[in-house]
Structures are given as C-alpha cells and as structure tokens.
Write a protein that binds this ligand. Structure first.
Ligand code: F3S
Length: 752
C-alpha cells in the first residue's frame, strides 16, 4: 500500500480488512489486522501462528548507517533504478561520544567522510531520504517523521519496533531482508505468535513507562517472546504517552519479540499533530476502531492471544536491570539487597540518559525536574553525567525550554544526537580500566563491554529519572523514594517525585531536521568505491552449494554461554569497517567464550595445534580450502540485526552454525547468507563435541523442509558420535542455501 497518500492508505486498509474478515470469520487482534492487510497474497486463515511462513509487502524501510552500508552494497547488486518503497538512511551509529556534540560531530564528519559520502550518493541515486550526522537516532527520527498507525516497516536495526508505540508493525531485519523490500519482492516472515500484554491502572511517582518493559523482561527473559509479537491493551494504555509506548516497544527486542504494538488512540493522534502530521491523525481516526484489537478480543483475551500477561501499573515499582543482561530484573525495593549479596560495585561512576530508548521530550523533562532539585540544593552530581538526545527536534526544543541547562549546570555533557555510548562509540575517560565499576543508563542493552569496551564495567539499565537520581547520589543503593541526600552544607534533602510534560506546551521547535531528499535525477548520480578503500568494499557473491553433504568440517569454536551479535561481530571501534567485509571479518567471534578453555578469542588451530584468534584460525583454514563449523548454546545471535555476524563467518569459510537455539533475526540472517543454521535435537549432544573433532552434516543431498539432518562427530581417539539435528528451513530458504545466498537467488531470478 502507498503510505505517501494516507487517505488512500486507510481506505485500502479498511477494504482489505473487510476481505480478511470474510476469510477469517473471527475477531482479530491488532497485530493480525496490520499483518493480514500487508500479506503479499490472500490466504490469511491458512497461516498458523508460530509455524507457517508468510510473505508480506511492507510499506517502508529504515536503515542506520552501520548496517545501511552492507544493505545498500547488496541493493546495488540487485539491478534496480529506485527503491520500490519509501526508504531512509540515518547517520547515527558512527559518531564517537567524547567531549560533547560541538567537538564530536565535526570529528565524526571528518573521520567518516568516505562512508557518509557513499551513503549520500547511494541515497541520491536510488531515491532514499538521507538523514545527516547529527540529525538524530534512527528510531526517534522515524517516530517523529515516518511512523504511521496501521502501516508496516522493516528496519536494519533490532530496535525498529520502537515505532510500535505509534501503532505500526515495525520489524528489525538484516540488510538482505531490507533489500527484498526495497526491490519490491514479497518479504518472508514466520507468522508470529501474539502475546497480549494487558495493562491496568496508572503510572505514578517515580515509575516510568520503561519500568513496564524492564519488569516484562524479567518475566519473559531474553528469549521468551521469540517469534512473537507483544500486543498491548487494557485501560492502563491510556495513561502512557506515545513516546513512553515507544520505549516499551523498543525494548521488546530485549525479550526476542518480533515486534510490539500499541493501539491507536487520542494520545497517538496528539503526537501525530505535535509532529506536524495532522492529516495522518485525521485519516487514522476515521478508521480508529480498526486500529485496535476487536472488542471481542479485548473481552476474552485468553481466547485470542497465545499468552496473556497482566501488569497493574498501580503496583509497578521502578526497576533496575542488569548487569550484563537486560532480563536480570530487579524492582527497586529488592535492589539494595541484590547489590550487597552479589557484590556489585556500589559506586556509580557514570550515568547516561538518552539513546533511542529514552530520549523523548517527556524523558528529558522528567529527568530535568530531578536535576533541577539538585541545582536548587547546590548539589553537584557525584558521578559523571552524559545525555545523548534522540533527535535535533527534541534537543532544540529541550534547549529552548530550559531542560538541558540543569544537566549542564550539575556537570553533565550533552553529546551529539546519536547512539554514542549505547553502541560502544564512547571514549570514556577513566584512569582505572582494571577496576570493577558500575554505570547506569537509560539505554536498552547492557551486555558486557557494549558501552565502553571494558569487561570490568557493570552496566545497569533503568529509567531516565532513576539514572538521574542514582547519578546524583553516586550510589547504586540509593532509593529516591525512601532515602535522603546530603546537600553541600551537609543538610539532608529528599528528592520529590519527578514531573514532566508528554509533549512541549509550545510545540516542537521548528528546526532544520537534517534530512536531504533524494535527487530527481538519480540516474545521473554515480556511486564510486575506491579499490584501496579500507572502509568500503564491493561485495563478491558467495559460492553456491556443491550439492553434497558437508564432510570433514573443522571445529572453529564451541562457544560457552551467551553469544550475542556483539560477541560475534563486536561494535565500538569495529563499526568503522561495516562496509568492508574483509576488514570487519577480523573481529569474528572475538567476544565469544571458548568452552574448552574459558577464554575469549583463543581457539585451537587444528592445522598446527596452536592457539590463535578465531578469525586467524578461520582464515588459515580457508586458505587451505577447509570449511569450518561453530557450535553454540542457547539464543545464539541474540541482540542486534547486524548481518555482519552472519556474513563474517560465511566469508571466512564457516559452513554451519550448530546451536541449542537461535535468536530470530540472526537465524534468518544466517539463512540469507547461505550459512546452514541448525539446532541440536537433543541439547545434551552439545556436550559430545570435543575440541579436536572433525564434523559431518548429513542428509543435505535430500534437503527438504521435512528432511531430518544428522551430525557425525569424529573424535581424535578414533571414536565417533552421531545425533539428530533440527532445521527450520522452508523451500524458499533451502533455495537460498543451494544458491549460496538469498542475494544470489534474487539475482538469478532477476536475470531470467
Ligand atoms: Fe543506537 Fe543504541 Fe538505539 S545503538 S539505535 S541508541 S540501541
């Protein structure tokens, strides 16, 4: 459907939905409505949730600069003149936070000039909106400019679901999936299950929307919503601002959810109007009853959702989650005990607010109300304080309304409108990197090393108001609801509950938002990549499958414990190589723990019996024309949508990832890049894999969606083990595997 004509969009939405209703003959959840009207072919009743694959025609694509490079390098190989749907690129990940926006932004413009120029040229040529460095973080910019109730979007970033706060189905994908949508091909997704989250009551005091998802993360854990959509409903929804809903949807990624969605209501319309999209608000209002779950669903949710979770906002406490994983959920009433019991470093060294998760006007105004109290009591922060605004529109408005001043006055630094510390783009100033230390942030992820690259940093995520209060106190054990602070004269003072505004009373400040629209003369624009470039590299197609079982694979690494995309393809300083596959592959699996020695980036080279970096061993095997396999535990590839985590092993000769289970986006990324992603039928078979094994994968010559595959281990002592492996490939995905990648398959179809 065309989203640039919103009146037509909502008319079509209604018409298609009427048709779906005649097919389905039952009440519908909101997620079903949006999904079904975007199916590429009819047949909604045929799809079983959590089982069948369906194909969709999303309305829009959004890409951030780190993943856009690889996505667009692939798109350029597809032979199209323009993108089939409106698309945008957002320059937010490559800006290092160090001294504040005025210093850091010019520095980023200079150090990333080649990449920004490449992205701009591609955008100009193929009809893509280009959001310049400093314009803002992808998800906040999308929420303020592109998100639309009832529409469907894919984005090359795992927190794309942020737009669900405005009633959109927005899904994080790898670049190859984005290419499908940009070339106008039906895009495939396993029909998700739908978890209904019923919110009752009303938030109050120190409790923020963030606490809803922090609590939910504790309930569901990091993979509890895999292949599921979280759909929010209930009378508690009305008390949440649109941006608060976006925060909740944003962090649905942390429980593995395909996406999250809130219904359209007055709050949604208010936000659309405040962001100069009155027309969309009016058009959506005309079909408002279809932009929420049907009444029958709301009356009997257990009957229509796969699972229902209820959260009473009246009873909700502030949460502080971490360290090292966002599902370690601690209500504030228990947090002091946990900190003491586990021996977490009590001193808070840095507090960080902002990021795509929590940088709305409401977030800043509530945090500023806490900071202002400190100012009035002449208190300085005990810890360092950093603010990463989400968009120039919010930053300029916050500045105009005096919200940034209290942060600066108590010693805070306002960084560029960019990801910065959230993705390891942080030149943290510390004299004691070896010391265990705690930081608190309003971000979404707190994996080891993610923020500052330091394994000794204990990172806790919480709401912006809690970050501000804990930073003021300089202690993790401070509870602003019960504890006092000492002002500079030694007098006791209590912080009063934060207050703030959902939307700026005087409207958003009108600013140059920083978007360059594409050229009308795209064909005349040429995109050049210098052959000696260290940042960008033209992609060469991966080899197709030779039709045989995979025999004699060398074990590259058997990982132990959590292995996220950060462990597989580290961010931070490596972000600079995201457009150069050979260079970024040097970071392959450098954060993963080798189960045989408990070390990172230290694996056996089977060719010489010595230990070396994972990428070096993979490279040595590749030179000898030997393929390898990676063995892993649960939820392998949890975290981001970066397809480098799939392309790097593919590039270095890894043919198979054998895991106990996969995270959704990463499993698809592996399939798209032609890596065989299979799981143990019996998780205890993981224990049978030995360090010197060579490994066969059998049954591929008859690879079908129902074919059982087997793994045979050849141990060094001459014995062997054989066990069953499970795969989730459908026929289309098997064709990708055979062709060597989804892009190879796409190109062969375009050529015929
Ligand atoms: Fe950027 Fe962190 Fe969000 S990397 S897109 S601010 S999750």
């Amino acid at each position: 459907m065309k989203i640039d004509n919103f009146d037509l969009f909502y008319q079509q939405f209604k018409q298609r939905l009427e048709k779906v209703r005649t097919e389905v003959q039952r009440p519908l959840t909101l997620a079903e409505k949006v999904l079904y009207v975007h199916l590429s072919a009819e047949g909604a009743p045929l799809f079983r949730r959590g089982i069948d694959y369906a194909t969709f025609l999303p309305d829009r694509v959004a890409m951030q600069d780190a993943t856009a490079q690889m996505a667009l390098l692939q798109f350029m190989n597809a032979g199209k003149r323009r993108t089939a749907v409106p698309s945008s690129v957002h320059c937010d990940h490559l800006i290092t936070a160090k001294a504040g926006a005025s210093v850091d932004l010019p520095q980023a413009l200079s150090s990333n000039d080649e990449v920004y120029h490449f992205l701009l040229q591609v955008c100009q040529k193929y009809g893509i909106d280009f959001w310049q460095p400093g314009a803002g973080i992808i998800h906040q910019v999308v929420l303020e400019n592109y998100a639309m109730p009832g529409a469907m979007m894919v984005g090359t970033d795992s927190h794309t679901p942020n737009a669900g706060g405005l009633g959109m189905i927005a899904i994080g994908v790898g670049g190859a999936d984005a290419v499908d949508v940009m070339v106008g091909m039906p895009w495939e997704l396993k029909m998700p299950q739908i978890i209904g989250v019923k919110l009752t009551g009303k938030l109050n005091g120190w409790v923020s929307p963030k606490d809803v998802i922090l609590k939910l993360a504790g309930i569901l854990t990091v993979k509890g919503a895999t292949n599921a959509i979280l759909e929010y409903f209930g009378d508690g929804v009305a008390s949440l601002s649109t941006t608060g809903r976006a925060t909740i949807c944003n962090m649905g990624a942390e429980v593995g959810a395909t996406t999250s969605i809130f219904p359209f209501d007055e709050k949604t319309a208010d936000f659309l109007k405040a962001t100069q999209r009155q027309g969309i608000a009016e058009a959506a209002k005309a079909i408002a009853s279809e932009l929420k779950a049907d009444d029958a669903v709301l009356h009997s949710p257990e009957q229509f959702y796969d699972q229902v979770i209820e959260i009473d906002l009246n009873q909700l406490e502030p949460y502080i989650n971490g360290p090292f994983t966002p599902d370690a959920a601690h209500p504030i009433s228990e947090f002091v005990r946990i900190v003491k019991e586990k021996g977490y470093p009590e001193e808070v060294e840095v507090g960080l607010i902002g990021s795509c998760t929590n940088s709305s006007y409401e977030d800043l105004s509530r945090a500023a109300s806490v900071a202002r109290q400190a100012m009035q009591a002449n208190l300085k922060t005990a810890a360092q304080f950093i603010v990463s605004p989400g968009s120039e529109q919010v930053r300029a408005t916050a500045e105009r309304d005096g919200l940034l001043a209290p942060f600066e006055q108590f010693g805070g630094v306002i960084m560029a409108n960019a990801c910065g510390p959230c993705i390891g783009q942080w030149k943290r100033q510390t004299n004691e990197p070896e010391k265990k230390n705690s930081i608190v942030s309003s971000f979404n992820r707190n994996f080891a090393k993610r923020a500052d690259g330091n394994p000794n940093t204990y990172h806790f995520v919480t709401s912006p108001v809690l970050v501000t209060a804990l930073t003021l106190a300089g202690r993790l054990t401070f509870n602003p609801m019960t504890d006092s602070l000492k002002d500079q004269n030694g007098n006791s003072m209590r912080l009063v509950e934060p207050i703030g505004s959902e939307l700026p009373e005087n409207g958003f400040q009108q600013v140059d938002k920083g978007c360059l629209l594409p050229s009308d003369e795209g064909d005349a624009v040429s995109v050049e990549i210098h052959p000696d470039s260290q940042r960008l590299q033209i992609l060469q197609p991966f080899d197709s499958w030779d039709g045989n079982d995979l025999l004699g694979l060398r074990l590259l690494i058997k990982t132990q414990g959590k292995c996220t995309t950060d462990h597989i393809s580290m961010a931070g300083e490596w972000l600079r190589f995201r457009g150069h596959l050979a260079n970024i592959s040097k970071n392959l699996l450098m954060g993963a723990v080798n189960s045989f020695n408990g070390k990172t980036n230290h694996v056996l080279n089977p060719l010489n019996g010595e230990y070396d970096h994972v990428s070096s061993v993979a490279g040595a095997l590749k030179i000898k024309d030997l393929s390898s396999i990676v063995v892993a535990e649960d939820n392998y590839g949890e975290g981001s949508s970066r397809e480098h985590a799939a392309m790097e092993p593919r590039y270095l000769g890894v043919k198979v990832i054998l895991a106990k289970s996969f995270a959704r986006i990463h499993e698809t990324n592996l399939k798209k890049q032609g890596v065989l992603a299979i799981t143990f039928a019996n998780a205890t078979d993981y224990d049978k894999v030995q360090e010197n094994d060579t490994i066969d994968v059998l049954g591929l010559s008859e690879f079908t969606p129902t074919q059982t595959l087997y793994v045979r281990l050849h141990h060094k002592d001459g014995t062997s083990d054989k066990f069953r492996a499970v795969h989730t490939y459908n026929q289309e995905q098997i064709d990708w595997f055979k062709a060597g990648s989804a892009l190879n398959k796409l190109k062969s179809e375009t050529a015929t």
